[in-house]
Design a protein around this ligand. Structure first.
Ligand code: NAP
Length: 284
């Protein structure tokens, strides 16, 4: 049994990423450019409102413009598509984030796929996902990228290790699985129809929990010495793993909060700055 589990400090990793962005934001300012992230929210879901506000505050703190577009919950797919098309055309906007979930009457895929690939800073478009799968995407989805960034920040090797990802959503489970595969992990993807999940998780060197169920991953599922990455964020600041129980076996583990969450936001800021730099270069 491992007793001294390393706590993977996402807040610190996020601070390092943000510190590195400051000089780049300053250089853009020297060219008269302020990186800008547009966030589109449809409806008034309180959790989404909190996420959008957190992202806006993070932008402003570092000198990125945050443009919030709030749409009524009755907004139609074509109205939403029209708003996104306007943002695509706006040269002052470098990144576009459509807050998920949108109301169920909206064709979310059509809305996501309206975002131009140059501004798809959260890797939500079909093209962005495909580029991530091929391994050359400019902007992989932010939470998967954050998970990889934390592993890299702590020099945790990925190559040759068995990574078990629980969850297969298009924004999290699937892209992180592909990113781990592209880094030469051997990847098993689990989902709600997976049988003997506990046995599969017990064979993992790296466990990624992306389930959306509080304290879902049990301590006795974790192989001694495994690394546990908890992407979950449930009501009451609770992750998808039973943290106290899992850390008894894990060699390293992300806490919730202050694990994957802050790195996800820092990654979004980084992608927005990347997009602004790319736009400025293509205008030269
Ligand atoms: P999601 O779209 O609801 O997907 C959940 C996945 O978990 C699905 O693939 C589902 O399988 C699988 N699953 C559900 N119950 C299961 C079970 N009993 N056994 C095995 N697999 C099961 O959720 P998501 O958007 O990927 O988010 C996952 C978690 O990450 C949530 O806690 C969310 O709050 C969090 N999150 C965090 C961040 C961050 O920045 N930290 C960002 C995004 C999301 P099926 O496909 O078979 O239904």
């Amino acid at each position: 049994m491992t007793t001294n589990s390393l706590i993977l400090d996402g807040a610190q990793v996020a601070d390092t990423i943000k510190e590195q962005l400051k000089a780049r934001i300053g250089r853009l300012a020297g060219q008269g450019i302020t990186a800008c992230l547009a966030t589109v929210m449809v409806g008034d879901d309180p959790a989404s409102d909190t996420y959008v506000r957190m992202k806006g505050n993070a932008c402003r703190r570092i000198g990125i413009v945050s443009k919030r577009i709030q749409l009524a919950k009755e907004t139609t797919t074509s109205e939403l598509v029209e708003v996104i098309q306007q943002l695509n055309k706006d040269p002052l906007v470098h990144g576009i984030l459509l807050q998920h979930p949108v109301p169920s009457h909206i064709d979310e895929r059509a809305a996501f796929d309206t975002i131009s690939i140059e501004k798809d800073v959260d890797g939500v478009t079909t093209m962005g996902f495909a580029q991530t799968a091929f391994g050359f995407g400019a902007f992989p989805s932010c939470t998967p990228a954050a998970i990889i960034a934390i592993l890299d920040a702590y020099n945790i090797s990925i190559e040759g290790r068995h990574a078990v990802v629980i969850g297969r959503s298009p924004i999290l489970g699937k892209p992180v699985s592909l990113m781990l595969l592209n880094r030469n992990a051997t990847v098993t993807i689990c989902h709600s129809k997976t049988q003997q999940l506990d046995q599969i998780v017990k064979s993992a060197d790296i466990v990624v929990a992306a389930v959306g169920r509080p304290k879902f991953v049990q301590g006795d599922w974790i192989k001694p010495g495994a690394v546990v990455m908890d992407a979950g964020y449930n009501k009451g600041n609770i992750g998808d793993v039973d943290y106290d129980a899992c850390m008894r076996n894990a060699s390293a583990i992300t806490p919730v909060p202050a694990g994957v969450g802050p790195v996800t936001i820092a990654t979004l800021l980084k992608h927005t700055v990347d997009a602004a730099e790319r736009a400025s270069m293509s205008n030269q």
